[in-house]
Design a protein around this ligand. Structure first.
Ligand SMILES: Nc1ncnc2c1ncn2[C@@H]1O[C@H](COP(=O)(O)OP(=O)(O)OP(=O)(O)O)[C@@H](O)[C@H]1O
Ligand SMILES: [Mg+2]
Length: 266
């Protein structure tokens, strides 16, 4: 049976979809069979980051409503053959998801995939609850600023209260990703440090992703930053995937501003 990993945040725009895409690609390249599902109903993003927007015919609501079967809706990535994708619906009705239908879809996906990566929407309404309630694990993304961290903290509380695992007396495994860290700003005291974020959220850290302008270019080009070997963010996502698989991988050294390889190997 596959595992459901929900990528969530509280505050919007902190990098959930970028992480969902790159983590999915990275796990697929580590020989795991992965499906990424966009739960951001009404707003489509993950398809663009994965470069799959031109291949969309059916979406997640079509599957749940029986307008197509699951295999018709699954888009297989041509570059990462182990990766499949189900797009969000562009309906304006954010409350269209039905709990039982979501549960059925996830149960079906668990039979076929090692990992089901759910990209949750911003905020705590609509698709958010549906994206966390069947989670086995949750990756809470935060940028190093007070408002994002506060919203992340709130979301952690909701996961603990509303997930099926919590209702069963079990616990969702939770981790933090600190995204868009700028070490120079931390040094100047203009940005929270990773330690500051962790002292508030009190969860294990599964990765730190540097602020990397190439991410915007790569999204525009429809190729996940994963494939850019010169990007530090790419390396950060690859390490997150390995940590998710239980490997002990050192954190990226973001200290030394000169030279990619120096930074990579410390
Ligand atoms: N590490 C990073 N460095 C630079 N830019 C980044 C980084 N991570 C994400 N971004 C950029 O930030 C913006 C928001 O990212 P993304 O769409 O992944 O966030 P989100 O949390 O999914 O947003 P939403 O809440 O709207 O779904 C995008 O333009 C993305 O390219
Ligand atoms: Mg998003």
């Amino acid at each position: 049976m596959g595992e459901v990993i929900t990528i969530t945040s509280g505050k919007g725009g902190v990098g959930k979809s970028t992480l969902s895409a790159n983590l999915s690609v990275a796990l697929a390249h580590l020989d795991k069979k992965v499906v990424a599902v966009d739960f951001d109903i009404g707003l489509r993003n993950l398809d663009m980051i994965l470069g799959l927007e031109n291949r969309i015919v059916y979406d997640v609501v079509d599957v749940m409503e029986g307008r197509c079967n699951l295999s018709q809706a699954l888009i297989n990535d041509k570059k990462a053959r182990n990766l499949y994708f189900i797009p969000a619906s562009q309906t304006s009705d954010k409350n269209i998801l039905d709990t039982d239908k979501v549960a059925k879809l996830i149960e079906d996906l668990k039979k076929d995939f090692d990992f089901i990566i759910l990209d949750s929407p911003a905020g705590i309404e609509g698709g958010f609850e549906h994206s966390i309630f069947l989670a086995d694990r949750a990756v809470v993304v935060s940028t190093p600023d007070v408002s994002a961290v506060r919203d992340a903290d709130r979301v952690i509380g909701i996961i603990d209260a509303k997930s099926q695992k919590a209702k069963d007396g079990d616990e969702v495994i939770k981790y933090v990703v600190v995204n868009r860290l700028n070490q120079e700003m931390v040094k100047r005291g203009e940005m929270l440090s990773v330690e500051d974020v962790l002292s508030i959220l009190a969860l294990p850290l599964v990765g730190v992703v540097p602020d990397d302008r190439q991410i915007i270019t790569s999204t525009n080009e429809g190729e996940p930053i994963f494939y850019n070997d010169k990007s530090l963010a790419s390396e950060a996502y690859k390490r997150i995937a390995r940590r998710i698989l239980g490997e002990k991988v050192p954190m990226l050294n973001l200290e030394e501003p000169k030279g990619f390889f120096k930074r990579l190997f410390g």
